[in-house]
Design a protein around this ligand. Structure first.
Ligand SMILES: Cc1cc2nc3c(=O)[nH]c(=O)nc-3n(C[C@H](O)[C@H](O)[C@H](O)COP(=O)(O)O)c2cc1C
Length: 301
């Protein structure tokens, strides 16, 4: 299906929301004494549970440790460097996975009545439980930040000890521990760098138009930085692939608005971006701006 208009669901969150969830959010090592109400922990679960998991199994199990008695059972099982902050945080979450998650599939995955039998093999169950419970820990992290909470995840603990202390005689196994609450800047080391997109990712485009002489050419997605703040540049997406580019420039750039002048704007665009559009889709003009979209690209420099 062609992708022509944004539905409300496609609109990105505000920069402030993205900052709270990602760019400004930090792993906390110290905690204020502001308590976290049990209702907020329930709300946290009620957001986390909607994150996708294989066969909708939701294998994660959540033990929220808040009382001094329960903390006293957990703290000695944390590695030395994790003890003080675990003691200080108002909530310690033991994130675990249930290896018997498949018993719930008749309810959780009702449209596939045989789904429980797909997990007869324990090694397969273990892998599915670990992968999906770990994902749920990630969903919980983002949900916590969305609710204004901070998190401090830790894998430095005695897993066999936590299993014996909190999950004896069951098929539940600990995955990792998260401190939860309202963090402070104490013991916060400077933000560490992340790998760049080029270091960590690649786009393998299978679109015919980017398979030119000499192998794969760069897909349009890589052209998305406008050279001039007055230009706006967007991408056209079809079936999940970037298939073209939309641009909008001020009218006084010298381009006037008729359909036939699409290529003129394309030429102007190519002189700025080093790329040549070969199929113009639409050219719309207003008194102030001319907008143009091209379905695909002939060549890239
Ligand atoms: C699964 C997991 C295990 C971690 N284990 C520990 C730990 O045992 N002790 C610790 O101090 N930090 C631990 N961390 C924290 C990471 O070092 C931290 O999230 C990372 O450096 C990013 O920090 P930032 O969110 O402030 O940018 C862990 C994080 C994750 C997600």
């Amino acid at each position: 299906m062609a992708y022509d208009a944004l539905s409300p669901r496609d609109l990105p969150l505000s920069d402030a929301a993205l900052a709270q969830l990602f760019t400004e959010a930090r792993t906390r090592n110290a905690w204020s004494d502001r308590p976290v109400a049990p209702e907020l922990l329930k709300k946290l679960y009620d957001l986390t549970k909607f994150g996708p998991t294989a066969v909708n199994a939701g294998p994660a199990r959540f033990v929220f440790v808040t009382s001094p008695e329960a903390k006293a059972r957990l703290i000695p099982l944390m590695s030395e460097g994790n003890r003080a902050k675990t003691q200080q945080a108002p909530v310690n979450l033991i994130l675990a996975q249930d290896l018997d998650f498949h018993d719930h599939l008749p309810t959780l995955f009702p449209h596939a009545p045989g789904a429980r039998d797909w997990f007869a093999d324990e090694a397969g169950r273990r892998e599915t439980a670990f992968r999906n419970a770990s994902l749920q820990g990630g969903y919980l992290t983002i949900a916590a930040r969305a609710l204004g909470l901070d998190v401090g995840p830790m894998s430095g603990f005695d897993a066999a000890g936590v299993k014996a202390e909190f999950f004896p005689d069951s098929h539940v196994e600990p995955n990792y521990i998260l401190n939860l609450g309202y963090g402070t800047d104490e013991n916060l080391f400077p933000r560490s760098p992340r790998l760049t997109f080029d270091q960590a990712a690649q786009i393998l485009s299978t679109l015919p138009h980017v398979k030119k002489r000499g192998g794969l050419r760069r897909p349009p997605l890589l052209l998305l930085s406008a050279p001039d703040p007055q230009w706006t540049v967007g991408t056209l997406v079809t079936a999940g692939f970037s298939t073209g580019i939309s641009i909008s420039v001020p009218s006084d750039t010298g381009v006037t608005g008729t359909e036939t002048e699409g290529p003129a704007l394309g030429k102007l665009f190519s002189s700025r971006f080093g790329a040549t559009p070969f199929s113009s889709r639409s050219l719309i003009s207003s008194p102030d701006r001319v907008s143009y979209s091209s379905r695909a690209w002939d060549s890239f420099s």
